[in-house]
Ligand binder design. Structure first.
Ligand SMILES: [Zn+2]
Length: 169
């Protein structure tokens, strides 16, 4: 999936899951992290290590769970109005950093998981072992019409839901 489509798709799916536009935008930005950590030197070594540890869902799942645990300690329901609640907590708690760290982990976790899921639509990604690329959902060509159709279909759905409820928050 292209980085553009990773962002569009992540924004849409996270919005449909959380109904929180800020979390959706930040997750969309975080959704290219698994590729970013691999760097820009597309040589043989990159080829060999591509989609291994950086694309291991367990790491991002742990970050997401960590974020959820931290946020729930502040009484924040992580499934609805996350941003509003985080900002409320920030405004009255003196342990501000901890709530922000929880929010940060939640977003990186979400973005990473979405990226890996989206990659698995066109290529194998690791499952239980970070070095074994064995899981693949589909065989859609990168930058193909199908890829754009899926991402923009999700985006349209997210916009319709946003519209239906009169805003993103
Ligand atoms: Zn990737």
């Amino acid at each position: 999936m292209t980085w553009f489509n990773h962002k569009v798709c992540t924004f849409s799916v996270v919005f449909l899951l959380t109904r929180d536009i800020i979390v959706s935008i930040l997750s969309a930005m975080a959704s290219i992290i698994p590729d970013l950590i691999e760097g820009f030197r597309y040589d043989e070594r990159w080829q060999q290590n591509h989609r291994r540890l950086s694309h291991w869902f367990i790491l991002y799942l742990l970050m997401l769970v960590l974020g959820l645990v931290i946020l729930s300690r502040y009484g924040i329901n992580p499934f609805i109005h996350i941003s509003i609640d985080v900002f409320k907590v920030i405004s009255y708690t003196d342990t501000l950093q901890v709530a922000i760290i929880g929010y940060f982990w939640l977003i990186i976790g979400l973005g990473g998981l979405m990226h890996i899921l989206q990659d698995s639509l066109s290529a194998p990604v690791p499952l239980l072992h970070p070095n074994k690329r064995v899981f693949r959902l589909a065989n859609i060509r990168v930058n193909s019409f199908t890829e754009y159709a899926i991402c923009f279909g999700m985006f349209l759905l997210a916009v319709l839901v946003m519209w239906g409820r009169g805003g993103g928050l």
